[in-house]
Design a protein around this ligand. Sequence first.
Ligand code: ZN
Ligand code: ZN
Length: 310
Amino acid sequence: MGRTRMIRITFLGTSAAQPTLQRGLSAIAVRREGELLLFDCGEGSQRQMMRFGTGFGVSAVFFTHLHADHYLGLLGFARTLNMQGREAPLSVYGPPPTATLLEQALHLGFERYSFPIEFHELCGGERIERAGCSIEALAVDHGIPALGYALVEPNRPGEFSVERAAALGLPPGPLYGELQHGRELLAPDGRRVRPADVLGPPRRGRRIVLSGDTRPCESVREAARGADLLIHEGTFGDGLRERALETHHSTAREAAEVARAAGARRLVLTHFSSRYEDDVSSLAREARSLFPATELARDGLTIEVPLPPG
Ligand SMILES: [Zn+2]
Ligand SMILES: [Zn+2]
């Protein structure tokens, strides 16, 4: 297993509520081990996917909530997939009323798709298993049913020491695999060998948390504990703190407080109010005063999360 396995995150749209010239509506593409997941699909997302080269091979879409700026893009995207003759099923997850609302919307004036679309409504605490990772739904605080998501990889076994195995008299071959899979065995000289004799300490998996639209909340803080990356909305700056409260959003500074309290390694802010046009530098300053490892997303920003060292 090489060290090159990356999780690659592409911000397709980073504006809140309405697009600007430079920013489209919410959508984030996550590529992991060949699988492409989409988190929200705002209007225009399919064009952003072309622009930024993510490909259309999405296997599942996870909606954070059903405000129109987060889901309208699914309609056009699904039509395009249909025209391309897609056959693979598309899974669509989200809080209620994902199933009723999106099923209706997708079939507006339209007969049938070339591929099955499967709807699943989720509550906070539910977990979806994907290949080699799980996606946990987090109940967040946005005034309507709304979810954040945590992408969580299990710990990996520690590094195999060929030297130690050789010192114990183990010939290279299938015995190595047994130990890597956590099974004890007997060496040719009859000695008992435990996995811990040849494996380093377990290596932690990656953890990436997306807040969706929300006030700062405990579920995100908890899920982001030690996370490799927290993607948090930062719709407003300090000057519009009241507005953030009224509309159930966070300020950039509040997002930074969450990242700091959680001990996240890295914070990326997104979902900026169009009133900042394309100058979000004040938001960057406010967030970095609390959490220096803050970046501000822009459309097309791609972030790679490598396997943790060790
Ligand atoms: Zn929004
Ligand atoms: Zn919203």
